[in-house]
Design a protein around this ligand. Structure first.
Ligand SMILES: *Cc1c(COP(=O)(O)O)cnc(C)c1O
Length: 400
């Protein structure tokens, strides 16, 4: 949780009004270093010691955040050549970087082979492009196979496995593909499965982990060689909306411990077992800070018009994959102790009705100059937003 200093929200121990002066402008994103550190420590305390923790950089690729996490996690997952560059700039060794995602170009694949990262192959034709790149560069590519499971994970905000998918190789096709690749010049490490994201249900995550392990061990058995890498995915969610309950990680940790000790280790004593997380590591550590530019009343409704909007924080406007628009948690950052309340709509500065950050929210009465803060902005914020829309400047990001 963020600190409150007197009446003001604080990030990394710095009051937001002071931080706004330090940054020199609003709007901006601020990430709390201590909250990220605490989150990783909590995960380590719950997950089995034998499991490696990977950070999926696409959740928040700010270089300072990635550098900070480099000292905390075991590995990075990247989804583009640019993210790979950010990861390679850290102390994390290239052998602990995995590159997943559909549509990797021949150039990106060659970059990945040259870097020595593990490429998570998403299709047979991608495998052939990797082999080509390896031959051309005279380097044996390190690869794993991303598997599209033959089941779906319910309760995920985003489904990325089961049924037809652009992600991974269908589980039933995996044995024949591995047979075809047996003579190829590839250093085959093992398997990856990532079937869904933003899941808040520990029972469903436990079930998904069990089924993922069962599937990957079955494929390992059919492969017949010693598999050295099992990436079990993640999908741990964070609460965005009023009705959301935080994920109870304890049963997930327990199940994973059982699976590792009783199921995986007897068959694969030396394999690297990985859990790969994005938003769970960083999402709750970030705020998007805007300033009220105008306060107006239209036919009885109070509008706070702020200097930010969906061009920076698309998800909070409800336009990033939500079916029904709901409000992200929002506060007046410099009036944290006020008990007075009014119902207002917080809108951004873009000329579109889509630019809504808070619809009929109960907030302390605010005026021009006050700071409106949107929580849960540490993941899929700035880089998941249409920043060029309307041509406003890019907001700064700070890690405090
Ligand atoms: C996006 C992604 C993640 C991270 O998802 P979160 O919901 O942020 O945890 C992990 N692995 C892969 C392969 C991804 O594409």
């Amino acid at each position: 949780m963020f600190d409150v200093a007197e009446d003001c929200l604080a990030v990394g121990g710095v009051r937001l009004d002071r931080l706004a002066d330090r940054v020199g402008t609003t709007p901006f994103f601020a990430y709390d270093r201590r909250l990220i550190t605490a989150r990783v420590a909590y995960l380590r305390s719950v997950l089995p010691k034998d499991v490696k923790l990977s950070y999926a950089i696409k959740a928040n690729p700010m270089p300072a955040v990635v550098q900070h996490l480099a000292g905390l996690v075991d590995s990075f997952d990247v989804a583009s050549a640019f993210e790979m560059k950010t990861a390679l700039d850290t102390v994390v060794p290239s052998s602990s970087i995995s590159f997943a995602g559909p549509g990797k170009t021949a150039i990106e694949l060659a970059q990945a082979v040259a870097a020595g990262v593990t490429i998570e192959m998403e299709s047979e034709s991608e495998a052939s492009r990797i082999i080509e790149a390896g031959n051309r560069l005279g380097i044996r590519p390190r690869v794993a196979l991303r598997v599209n499971p033959n089941f779906q994970v319910k309760g995920s905000g985003m489904k990325m496995g089961g049924g037809p998918q652009q992600f991974g190789v269908d589980a039933e096709e995996v044995p024949s593909l591995l047979e075809k690749l047996a003579s190829a010049d590839l250093d085959f490490l093992g398997f990856h499965v990532f079937a869904g994201s933003q899941n808040l249900h520990s029972d469903i995550l436990c079930e998904a982990l069990s089924r993922n392990v069962e599937l990957l061990l079955d494929l390992s058995g059919k492969y017949g060689h010693s598999v050295r890498y099992l990436n079990l995915g993640g999908g741990f969610g964070i609460p965005y909306f009023e009705k959301d309950r935080s994920l109870d990680l304890v049963p997930v940790g327990k199940r994973l411990t059982e699976l590792v000790e009783n199921t995986i280790r007897p068959l694969l004593p030396g394999a690297k077992i990985v859990i790969e997380l994005g938003r769970y590591l960083v999402g709750e550590s970030g705020v998007y800070v805007t300033r009220v530019v105008d306060r107006k009343v239209s036919r009885g409704r109070v509008y706070l018009v702020v200097d930010g909007g969906l061009h920076h924080q698309l998800a909070a406007s409800g336009n990033f994959g939500q079916v029904i628009r709901r409000n992200y948690p929002i506060v007046i950052g410099n009036k944290m102790n006020s008990i007075e309340r009014e119902i207002v709509s917080v809108v951004g500065c873009l000329c579109t009705p889509l630019d809504l950050l808070g619809d009929n929210v109960s907030l302390p009465p605010a005026d021009v100059g006050d700071l409106v803060v949107v929580f849960q902005a540490g993941a899929y914020g700035l880089t998941a937003s249409p920043t060029a829309f309307l041509g406003h400047p890019m907001p700064p990001e700070v890690l405090v």
